[in-house]
Structure formats: C-alpha cells, structure tokens
Ligand binder design. Sequence first.
Ligand code: SDX
Length: 431
Amino acid sequence: MDKMIKTATLSFNGKSIELPMLQPTVGPEVIDIRKLYAEGDVFTYDPGFTSTAACDSAITYIDGDKGELQYRGYPIEQLAEQSHFLEVCYLLLYGELPNAAQMQDFEHRVTNHTMVHEQMHYFFRGFRRDSHPMATMVGVVGAMSAFYHDSTDISDPWQREVAAIRMIAKLPTIAAMAYKYSMGQPFVYPKNSLDYASNFLHMCFAVPCADYVVDPILSKAMDRIMMLHADHEQNASTSTVRLAGSSGANPFACVAAGIACLWGPAHGGANQACLEMLREIGTVENIPEAIRRAKDKNDPFRLMGFGHRVYKNFDPRAKVMKESADEVLDLLGIHDNETLKVAKELERIALEDTYFVEKKLYPNVDFYSGIILEAMGFPTSMFTPIFAVSRTVGWISQWKEMIGDPTQKIGRPRQLYIGQTARDYVAVNDR
Ligand code: SDX
C-alpha cells in the first residue's frame, strides 16, 4: 500500500524533509517516516504508540470517535447478531465470508484438530494446582512448538496454514485442561459432534460420572463472547505477536507471547479485575466512593472495564455484551443479580460525571463480559483465558498477514537515550 498522493514537510535543524503521506481506505492518513533517520538523523518519540501506525493491515478497522469496529469491513454488531465464531475465524483469516462448502471444509479441519498430543497432559503436572490458568496456558501453548515441528517453518505457506488451524482448534482444549487441572478434575476430551463453543463448555463443565448436556443459551452466549473478542487491530497483545513474529519465531511461541501480554490488568486481565472490583464495591451505595477513588490522582484505583486507548466513545462490543448480559441472566432465571445492578448503576453515574465525560472514558469490552462468564459458572481466573481463546484467531490472522508481507522486516524500535555519557571503568578500591 504505497499509493503516494501528497507529502508532509518536516523542517528542523536547518533541514527540510519531504515525507510521503500514505492513504488509507478509511481512517487517518499516515506520514511515512521510514527515511527520517537516514536523512534527518533524528528519531520520532511515541512511547505508548498513541500516534504511531506500526504496520498496514486489512483485517480490522476501529473508529474510536464513532465507536465503530469492523472485521474485514463487516460491523461487529451485524456479525454478533447473524454470524458465528468459526465463520468469523474464516473471515479474519481469509478476508471473505465463506460459502457453505468453504464453511463446511473449514469447520471439518478445525473440528478434527481439537485434540492435543497425549504427551502434553504431562506438562500440566509440572504446575501447582492453584496456578493461574493464564500461567499454565503461556507454558503449554509455548510448548506446542516442541510437539508440532511440522508446522513451525514460517517460510512454508502450507505450514503457516496448518499452524493456524491447529491453534484455533487446540486453544479451547488447552484452556479447558487448565481449568480442569485447577479444579482437580480429570481432563475432558473434545467431542467432534459438538460445535466450537459447545465443545469448549463441555470440556470445561462435563465430568466422567454424569451426563452433561450443553445448554444452548450458554453456548450461544459463549459463541457471541468469542466473536466479540476475536480481533482488535494493533492492541498490545497483537503487537506483541507481530513483534515476536518479525524475528521469525514460530507461531506457537508468538501466540504464547501474546497470551503473556494479554494477561495484564490494563489489557485482557481487565475482565477478571473488573468483576473483582464490582464484587468489592458490592452494593450501589458504595459506588460514589469508588468513583471518588477512580478520580483521585493519588489513588492507584481505576474503574476496571472503563476507558480505552482508541475508543473515545462507547466500545461497540460493550453495548452488545450489556444486551447479552441482560438476556443470558434472564434466560438462566438469574434475576436481581447484584453485580449487574452495581455495574449498570456505576456506568450510569460515571457517564454523568464530568471527569469521565471530559476524559471520554466509557465502558469497554471487559466491563460486562465477566458478569456473563460468572453466570455461566466460570471462576474469575478463567475470564482472561477465555479472552485468549477468542483472540487467538486475531493474533494468528495478524501474524499471517505480517509474515505474508514480502516487505516486512524485524521490528527494532530506537530510543531517546538519557543515560550516562561514555566514562572510564574505575577499579573497586578507587570507588
Ligand atoms: C482491552 O487496545 C485494545 O484494543 C485493547 C482491547 C482489545 O480488544 O485488545 O480493547 C482490550 O485491553 C480493553 C481495556 C481493558 N483495560 C481496562 O479496563 C483497565 C482500566 N482502563 C485503563 O487502565 C485505561 O483506560 C486503558 C489502559 C484501557 C487505556 O489507557 P490509556 O489510553 O493509556 O489512557 P490513560 O491511562 O492515559 O488515561 C487517560 C486519562 C488519565 O488521566 P490523566 O492522566 O489524563 O489525568 O484517563 C484516566 C487516566 O488517569 N483514566 C482512568 C481510567 N482510564 C483512564 N481513570 C479512572 N478509571 C479508568 N478506568
């Protein structure tokens, strides 16, 4: 994408450098600074990448001001309503919605790769039972590169394809195993007769001593949650996967790096932190104190599930999730859910408060998801693993796009050096 129709002029230190401006199909133009250091002997400075496009991509588009999110051009609201997770996986990976034959073939390939190598069961034994499932997932997903050697050569498009299918297929199995291990229950094997979301729920909640029939309400809700979390442009964990992949690391190692990054409470770990915060607030009466603390610069407390680097309007996923929370809890016969009541009142009060209005802080994808997951029977420690299962297709799609780009280079940022200038070593007796 090097359509150059205009330039930006940067004048500094007596120099004037013409920089090409690259055009998007939609969204902000970018100033191409690739030659800036060579011609101007300066770096640009943007530690949190608030104004930096690290790549070009055709996968996901976000308009933060309008609160819009599109996967390959399709609005998330339409996909959440009319599609299903595996179809969204196909769309993100290949760029188009599948026809019936393509969908059947894709579903067959994923379904027949859901088991993990039996030897991988022993990996779990190395973890304490009370390990956080995210710790287990980072370890076991990274270990996949020790098992699936025949899909680690990233220069081979066929191996890239096999690795993609394997990870989409096996992440739910590994996440369910991490959950079962933490519960002291036996692993439950995947069942090819179940759809993707139902299979995940069955692996999590079935036990050998009783029949377990997946509630269609729960599998529909799980499938929708997975669609909403599938991809999100160049977020921190996706950027981690891209950076790891730019060195030529195998895809399993790259996704393990993405899982590690997602775990942070400022990112995917916010769904767990948010529900724990809502529980700590406890009742509607305690909300004013929580709002006060969130606004206090000297208090590290933040409203988890609120705010976003890109959305300066409602996160469209939060809107869908809020509707789904009402629907799922109602269908499950869970009325007067105190946590949901606190969440809705907290949202109402915060969105009327000038602090949140001026800083354009709205509920994000993590604000309501935990309420649904808790109602499904998951402990908070499984919230981020479920986010990781869903986001794997986004990570893999972005990784494939990068590896498939013949112009891609290893990512290697520079710095503003503020340390000591050169100085001579001093022997210890002279210090
Ligand atoms: C995800 O990037 C993605 O796309 C991520 C994600 C995805 O799908 O991949 O959408 C998933 O990670 C969603 C975000 C989940 N995180 C949380 O809910 C944690 C709580 N939110 C904040 O930590 C924060 O809003 C971030 C991390 C999400 C965004 O941080 P930014 O963009 O760096 O914004 P900031 O910290 O500079 O905040 C701007 C101002 C600050 O005040 P000032 O310094 O300007 O006075 O808003 C304040 C912040 O103090 N602020 C909050 C707040 N979030 C920001 N104040 C109180 N509560 C909050 N939640």
